[in-house]
Design a binder for this molecule. Structure first.
Ligand code: AKG
Ligand code: FE2
Length: 676
């Protein structure tokens, strides 16, 4: 259901005119004020110590706006300050005729003071830690004082490194060994039979070469009963001894006395690869469990048994990994290597092959390989590992065994959140998942975030423990890579409680955000002209650039984005509001839907605008100002459509799973950085 244009007070033509006019005015004012601040800072920085942080008054529902205090100074530089102030007034009036009355003392003028305060908040830390200027003046002490500001400047880099480190140190595989000190009582018995043979064969392991009780014969009959093992490629089972040389028995053809749960193996894997089970008994009982399902018995024999590098084919959407158990039987070579994002783990089982049961578990998206077996027989049982949801799990929170508070990532993000200048107006962190999930499957919504793995769960848990609104959502791929504007919010902020709900999208993630409302949409719907906010990408290297106010406001025009404006434009388009023919405000960036959704095969697209098809088939938004911290690693098909060049063909769009964390504005963050 669309609202008709009649419900709107303004059109997109109005919005564009208003935004352009307002933004240019704002940029001119900011440019003049910035020059003023740089000059005053260089004159005597103590003058600026009187400035209040605008976050103390301009933000928050109930906090009333105080009148900004006049800037008063009778100390050193008082004379020059008066001169700089009258220059500010002249510049303002030159760029915006009539902005302040002639002969006004701008240092006592409320309108100008407000700007001075908010611009100091926005650029002050950078003016103060302008390295080039500091080097000129060899003002080293100040550098220490403003280290925090420098830290802030580098925040994207820092967090990204921290998350990457978390990602790479996260476990993707684990393994162990159970020694068979005394074979009596710990031997493993295998039974198997030929398809039409009722007489079952039996083998007791370990096979000790010196014993002559028929075990070696038993081993030979086991080998005889095996069929050549195939492997999956492109959805087909392929037999290719070049790639895999092994024998296999399907699970309906054999029985084993070995059960991994008897040795606590499953529990161990749950703790390491499924760190979603908390230490609390209550959650342990209610939460996620692993189920191991016997999949195959494999025998790799010397001198040439092997399995080249591959990824296992998941047998269901619930499968998260594989378990390999190596039964005691002597062999040489045959190392198992497991790789994940450039990291490798090696399981060398030959040395203890006759005296231990050895095992390894790894996530489904890990590449692994079995090196050539030089001699003997490597007998393994493979299991598929599934996540099992326990009753009550739906409501259970995610609480990793790892206490998120102890992670370095937690400390780092906490310190950023308690820094006033850091994302003062709030924002969104976007972190691409490091593991592949079937995030466009039927049960994606059930699985994520609960079955998220390793590093992803760590990142999720840290954000959640800090009280952020966290979700795992797909983002539609965008021009091969996933660009965001990467810029934190700066500038004026204002908040009221009106938060508009889009009638079409209901309680979607985007509209659910509690922290700021859309000024441009307010303008369209109600004609309300509140202050615009800008997302700032600010490439200046030296604060000297700010001294040229005529250049500076034009640069602002190029490097700033009006917060929420793009989204308001697509909103207006959806409601068929008139629009300028060559509008500046086209859609850009990534699309995020309000929830996970399954893959859709669509017949649409023929002679239709693909943007429109996307809007209908995969409704989504362009959230403003997502700060991307980690690059995309995996993608899944989100939907298909008909594309039409010379002839019709099937086109596909892909999406990536990302962790999105909404950062509240500073005024709503408590002492520990958590949401108040
Ligand atoms: O036997 C092993 O070590 C692993 C076998 C394997 O990778 C597989 O069956 O997919
Ligand atoms: Fe495998």
């Amino acid at each position: 259901m669309s609202r008709s244009p009649a419900h709107f007070k303004r059109t997109l033509v109005d919005l564009e005119d208003w935004v352009n006019k307002t933004a240019i005015e704002d940029f001119k004012i900011d440019a003049c004020v910035d020059r003023f601040l740089v000059r005053v800072y260089r004159l005597n920085r103590s003058i600026l110590d009187q400035l209040e942080s605008s976050s103390y008054y301009g933000f928050g529902r109930r906090a009333p706006k105080k009148h900004p205090k006049p800037l008063e100074w009778s100390g050193e530089g008082a004379e020059e300050l008066r001169e700089i102030a009258s220059e500010l007034r002249d510049n303002l009036n030159r760029l915006l005729p009539g902005y302040v009355e002639e002969n006004t003392d701008v240092l006592g003028n409320e309108k100008v003071l407000r700007k001075i305060n908010s611009r100091w908040e926005a650029v002050g830390s950078r003016v103060a830690c302008d390295r080039e200027y500091l080097q000129q003046t060899s003002d080293k002490d100040r550098l220490v004082e403003t280290g925090l500001a420098w830290f802030y400047l580098r925040f994207v880099e820092t967090i990204t490194v921290a998350i990457e480190r978390e990602t790479s140190s996260a476990l993707f595989t684990c393994g162990g060994s159970i020694p068979i000190a005394n074979p009596i009582g710990s031997e493993q018995v295998l039974h198997w039979g030929a398809e039409h043979d009722s007489t079952a064969q039996k083998l007791t392991l370990p096979v000790l070469s010196e014993n002559s009780d028929g075990s070696t014969h038993g081993l030979q009959t086991l080998l005889d009963a095996c069929q050549p093992a195939s492997f999956g490629r492109g959805g087909q089972d392929i037999l290719d001894p070049e790639y895999r040389r092994a024998g296999k028995l399907d699970p309906d053809r054999f029985l084993t006395s070995f059960h991994p749960a008897d040795f606590g193996i499953i529990e161990l894997i749950e703790q390491i690869l499924l760190p979603g089970i908390s230490g609390e008994t209550e959650n342990r009982l209610q939460f996620r469990k692993l189920k191991a399902e016997l999949y195959k018995l494999n025998v790799y024999s010397g001198p040439s048994g092997h399995f080249r590098k591959h990824v296992d084919t998941p047998r269901s959407e619930h499968q998260i990994g594989s378990l390999v158990v190596c039964l005691p039987c002597q062999f040489e070579g045959g190392n198992l290597t497991v790789q994940h994002h450039g990291q490798m783990a090696k399981f060398e089982w030959s040395r203890q092959s006759s005296s231990s049961i050895q095992w390894a578990a790894f996530y489904s998206d890990c590449e692994h390989e079995i090196e050539t077996i030089r001699a003997g027989h490597r007998i393994t049982l493979t299991y598929n590992l599934y996540v099992r949801e326990m009753p009550g799990a739906i409501l259970a929170p995610i609480r990793p065994v790892l206490d998120p508070h102890t992670l370095p990532l937690y400390g780092l993000i906490e310190s950023l959140l308690t820094t006033p200048g850091f994302m003062k107006d709030g924002g969104v962190f976007g972190v691409h998942c490091s593991h592949a999930y079937p995030h466009s499957s039927d049960i994606a919504g059930l699985q994520l975030p609960r079955s998220s793995k390793g590093a992803d769960l760590v990142v999720y848990a840290v954000f959640e423990a800090l009280g952020m609104d966290v979700s795992i959502l797909p983002v539609l791929e965008y021009d091969e890579d996933y660009e965001g504007n990467g810029a934190p919010y700066f500038g004026d902020s204002e908040q009221d409680s009106a938060s508009e709900q889009d009638s079409d999208s209901g309680r979607g993630w985007y509209y659910k955000r509690k922290y700021w409302r859309s000024v441009p949409k307010d303008y369209l719907a109600r004609g309300k002209e509140s202050s615009l906010r800008y997302s700032e990408v600010y490439p200046w290297k030296s604060s000297s650039a700010l001294l040229d106010e005529d250049q500076h406001w034009k640069r602002l025009l190029l490097t700033r984005e009006v917060v929420d404006v793009i989204e308001a434009f697509s909103f207006g388009e959806k409601h068929h509001l008139p629009k300028k023919p060559n509008s500046l405000y086209e859609e850009w960036g990534v699309r995020v839907p309000p929830h996970l959704r399954r893959y859709i095969g669509s017949e649409r697209g023929q002679e239709e605008d693909l943007k429109e098809v996307t809007n209908d088939v995969w409704p989504s938004y362009y959230p403003p100002g997502i700060t991307w911290l980690v690059e995309a690693k995996h993608k899944e098909m989100a939907f298909s459509h008909i594309s039409y060049d010379n002839q019709a063909s099937i086109g596909a769009r892909y999406s990536c799973a990302v962790i999105l964390a909404v950062i509240p504005p500073f005024s709503q963050r408590g002492q520990s950085g958590k949401m108040k």
